[in-house]
Design a protein around this ligand. Sequence first.
Ligand code: ADP
Ligand code: MG
Length: 378
Amino acid sequence: MRTIAVVNQKGGCGKTITSINLSAFLAREQRRVLLVDMDPQGHATLGLLSDAVQPSRTMYEVFVEEPGERPTVLRDVIRNVRENLDVAPADILLSGVPEALAGQIGREDILADALAGFADDYDYVIVDCPPSVGLLTFNALKACSEAIVPVDPSFFALHGIGKLLETFDVLAKETGHQVAVRALVTLYTGRTAFAKAVADDIRHHLYGRHFGTVIRYSIKLAEAASHGVPIAHYCRECVGFEDYRALAMEVLHQEAGTASDGLVTFEESAISASTDADETEPWTPEATSKEVVFTIEADHAAQVQVMGDFNDWNLEGSEMERVDGIWQKVVTLPPGRYRYRYIVDGRWQSDPLNVAVEPNPHGGFDSILVVDEEQLAG
Ligand SMILES: Nc1ncnc2c1ncn2[C@@H]1O[C@H](COP(=O)(O)OP(=O)(O)O)[C@@H](O)[C@H]1O
Ligand SMILES: [Mg+2]
């Protein structure tokens, strides 16, 4: 039985849509699947159980015993959705779990214990996590040996992923429980250079820890969920159908052991290849009396940007100007220490000729520039 948590503390990045559709496609491939809804918002429950009848028992009761009643076990709450697909539903009551269990020993292992007896019943358990890193998420992570981290291409998503990876490290250190983590790019439009840059960054810095499949933006996915059905029951001629089927195939492929070493080598799908920036031969930024000239050689590039803490990593106004194959940007900077990176045709990179680099929170390297008083005065 494979146990997979779909987790990211950021809301709206596609956890629930991923949980629902991955579960449904795995079930179509004759795998017996249980989707456990661990989000008090209950969106996965609503997205699968279209009948308005409220499920009488939910995950809350698995966590919290009602006084005077027979304890509820997971089997009591599981509902069949269709062939090969069951759901353990949740609703807003679940948000009361952390308070109800405050101080209770072993409260982080309740889901793991509840799933212990199901190895013969299911091939897959998919756990849809809430948008926070609390007791419910910890239960999910301790119950699962794999995790899918959906990441939408926004700058904050990328920063958040570093934080989340730390959570996995803390878990491993404190409990010895290892989780194989893979990022999944979701809500991908490919329309902006920024989306491409973030997706590229994920591919480069999480190499072997991301899926080759990219989930593109598809309004049909949202529509299907609002009708309480997976995409396959709503529309088969849309990118949402294609992409989640591809994801399921990739997950199934891992069954064969190809990914047992954590390396996933699938063809990149929706993201087009960009210029190999390693061929460039740029110079480090040169500090002058009032200005810093960022310079990078990228002869074949169509667009080059420079971003750093000096412009709040803002894409706006980050474009560099091309002068004979050399890209330049003049920035006026007060004395200080700065982090920066270039984006060459949508691909992030540190400054290849600047040896001063520091790791950043999402696994890459920022170049470091120190502007001191003397240089500015000179
Ligand atoms: N690939 C996609 N294309 C279009 N809309 C999407 C896609 N993935 C998710 N959505 C929509 O975005 C919103 C957030 O997705 P959801 O899966 O609920 O995120 P989370 O569970 O991480 O909060 C929902 O309205 C959902 O229908
Ligand atoms: Mg959700």
